[in-house]
Ligand binder design. Structure first.
Ligand SMILES: C[S@@+](CC[C@H](N)C(=O)[O-])C[C@H]1O[C@@H](n2cnc3c(N)ncnc32)[C@H](O)[C@@H]1O
Length: 482
């Protein structure tokens, strides 16, 4: 029996069997993304009952058929799946690889790409092989299969960029001599073009260390056990950003604590999570009761272990900005490049993308990540609509905060352009040069004429940030504190 358990602005949680839900309630080719973590074929069963590894494929087949039916042709199916050990033996089950092969060979899915979610804080298990006999190492990755119905699912990696490595920053600064590498690869001059940020690899480092979240506290408060196998929010967030546009439909058929729903709610995607066990939904409800910020603010600063391996933390550059629409053709045809989604400023024919140092770039990213409606003037608060991009109306306060945090020290000054009817755009510029910092550049056109601005001091006391900018600066300092 299916029961609509709760409804939010963008989605709903359904109590019942996902087979019934997909079979009865979801029409053909209506879903843009299925983002899910099914029960794993674990050797040691969890509370909610997993099928044994060898039964797993049979169990999965009816879901696979329904996933195929409900997905749009350019939609994606993303499955986070953990590995398993063969019982009593120090070798690995092949069940998750068999699942992948079955989905492709029997159900006609395409493997768009395999990802590996690396959890640096995973404990060393199974103890017998890893800690006692010392014959195996820590099992710290989950496989994440990104599958699609056609070879051309909608996707845009500019939604999920990450900061350049130190060596790449060095190369961009000092230049690169185009030459053939020992491997035979020809590295052209294009390699040293600064695109603002780097394309991430298919290794997703996210330490899963949730211990004091609102969700956990809510579960404690209402006396339910938190879900024992949650994935971290950054994982669904990465694929939701990468593979869908606002307003698209996302389903998590094995919804658990509805973290996929929470991510979608914050990113403005329509969603449904289906879950068999009511207790998990009781706790999940709490995710939508908390006083939410308008922006997805999942990105945290790198934790020590991922620093150690020098893999930038997933989400470090996600800033709630509005991205261009995904290509419905999924990249089948090569298109003209669009403006770079750099963390600094847009590429403009005349004005240079400012090259900020690592620390200042982090401060700027944090300014953008902390823009919430309470920082707006009361007039703007009245004008803003729930679906507006988070930086709308924030150019003044964001520029003012960036100015006091690092811009002033680097010789930048506030500039403004007046469009009439009280509409202005503020940014920072080094007077007499083409270097600019525009924290809310997504509010202007790619070829915005930064030359056409007037140098003007921020309103309020000279050399001191306004009350709203002070609030923003305090948030940024808290975020960036090492
Ligand atoms: C690995 S957990 C998902 C956890 C979730 N990603 C989270 O972070 O909270 C898998 C969930 O699928 C649920 N489940 C198993 N079979 C199901 C079915 N046929 N229909 C709906 N939910 C099901 C289980 O109860 C379990 O909560």
């Amino acid at each position: 029996m299916l029961k609509n358990y709760f409804t939010t602005k963008f989605g709903n949680a359904v109590h019942g069997d996902a087979l019934d839900y997909l079979g009865e309630k979801v029409s053909d080719e209506s879903v843009d993304l299925i983002m899910t973590s099914p029960p794993f074929g674990l050797v040691r069963k969890k509370d909610y009952g997993n099928a044994d590894a060898h039964e797993y494929l049979e169990w999965f087949k009816p879901f696979a058929a329904l996933f195929k039916r409900v997905l749009k042709a350019n939609g994606s199916l993303v499955i986070d799946i953990g590995g398993a050990w063969v019982p009593g033996q120090a070798t690995r089950s092949l069940y998750h690889f068999k699942l992948l092969i079955m989905l492709c060979e029997e159900f006609g899915f395409h493997l768009a790409q395999e990802f590996f979610w690396w959890n640096p804080s995973k404990l060393p298990t199974p103890a017998e092989w890893v800690n006692i006999r010392r014959i195996r190492v820590k099992d710290a990755v989950n496989c994440v299969w990104w599958l699609s119905r056609t070879p051309w699912p909608r996707a845009d990696n500019r939604r999920i960029l990450q900061p350049y490595s130190d060596s790449m920053l060095d190369l961009l600064k000092n230049g690169y001599k185009a030459k053939r590498r020992p491997s035979g690869h020809d590295i052209s001059e294009k390699f040293s073009k600064d695109n603002g940020a780097a394309i991430p690899p298919n290794l997703i480092p996210i330490a899963h260390t949730e211990s004091n979240s609102y969700y956990l506290r809510y579960c404690k408060e209402i006396g339910v056990t938190p879900h024992p196998a949650r994935f971290p929010s950054e994982l669904p967030e990465m694929f939701v950003r990468f593979l869908t546009d606002p307003g698209d439909k996302v389903i998590d058929p094995f919804g658990g604590s509805c973290i996929t729903g929470e991510v979608c709610e914050k990113l403005g995607r329509k969603w449904t999570c289906v879950e068999l066990f009511e207790d998990y939904l009781k706790g999940a409800k709490g995710r939508f009761l908390k006083p939410g910020k308008q922006v997805a603010l999942f990105s945290k600063k790198p934790d020590k272990e991922s620093d150690y391996y020098k893999v930038p933390r997933t989400g470090i550059l996600w800033n709630g900005t509005v991205d261009p629409q995904l290509d419905p053709e999924g990249g089948r045809v090569r298109k003209k490049p669009t403006a770079s989604h750099s963390n600094n400023t847009p590429v403009n024919s005349k004005f240079r993308v400012n090259k900020l140092g690592k620390k200042d770039a982090r401060l700027l990213a944090a300014v953008r990540q902390n823009l919430t409606p309470d920082l707006l003037t009361s007039e703007w608060q009245k004008l803003i609509k729930p679906d507006d991009p988070p930086e709308k109306g924030h150019c003044y306060v964001a520029s003012e905060a960036a100015y006091h945090l690092f811009g002033k020290g680097m010789g930048y000054e506030p500039y403004v352009r007046n469009f009439g009817l009280g509409v202005t755009h503020w940014w920072l510029r080094k007077p007499g040069s083409c270097e600019i910092i525009d924290p809310t550049f997504t509010q202007v056109e790619d070829e915005f004429d930064y030359d056409n601005g007037t140098r003007k001091a921020f309103r309020g006391p000279k050399d001191r940030p306004s009350k709203r900018a002070t609030t923003l600066i305090e948030r940024v300092r808290l975020d960036v504190k090492d």
